[in-house]
Design a protein around this ligand. Sequence first.
Ligand code: UTP
Length: 293
Amino acid sequence: MIKKAVIPAAGFGTRFLPATKAQAKEMLTVVDKPTIQYVIEEAVEAGIEQILIVTGKNKQSIENHFDRSFEIETELLKKGKTAVYDEMVKISNMAEIFYVRQKELNGLGDAIRYAKHFVNDEPFVVLLGDTIVSGKNCCTKELIETYEKYYKAVIGVEEVKKENVHLYGIIDGDKVEDNTYKINSLVEKPSVEEAPSNLAIAGRYLLTPNIFEYLEKIKPGKNGEYQLTDALKLLCDDKGLIAKKYNGKRYDIGNKLGYLITTIELAVKRKDLGDDFKNYLKDFVKNIDNIDI
Ligand code: UTP
């Protein structure tokens, strides 16, 4: 049973400045919830009970969000807004959440190192704090089910357009069953010609505790950052690695266009807002070429 998750959320979010100058990128709101709440809800849906969030400077709002807020709760009760009160209390009871601060921003590989004592020799999942996966199935659950079949570390992958492979880590793998591949190698940001597939590493991982041995072995890459992918390559060569093409769609809120797309698509999917918002969008699109800039 996999009960622990690690959420790296320490990054500066430079692609989203100035919004991220004094606030956490992972706290940017999508419709009415901060991004990281979607991420934690996914982990909880998959049966995760303990979560370590790797934070850093200007990230205090993450801790405040998952804590109780007695002033707000008292006010809501006074006004008889019990449904909202219940929702507020639920947020702080979703899981047992721990925090650790990454001292220097030395990359995702470095951020995961901070989880060594927390995971304590158990397999665990990693969910990037700026990436929402939305779909019929719970992505983290799919990764856990895959692990329980193969007992090897699993990387969540998604298909990307051929012309975009140079933006991602791409896997070279052999299909072992539907949507599941035994990985031969990982290629970081290949050209279209070099890319062995269009399956990209996509923000969700299930790691075995031996990843920490490999994280100790890797050298910093460009910008002095320790790349998780470099440690995964070593793990792949030694112990084997599985890729699971998950069913949902990945939303990266870490860049401005990605954030806009996320907000629109998740708003359209909402039961309470979706229909009204769709009607608005239909009208808006009809006149889109006549909008004054
Ligand atoms: P990104 O690769 O998007 O990096 O991180 P970033 O620094 O946040 O953003 P830019 O490139 O400056 O705009 C993916 C996830 O990994 C976390 C981030 O917080 C984000 O949730 N991360 C990244 C860390 O926790 N530590 C790091 O050293 C780097």
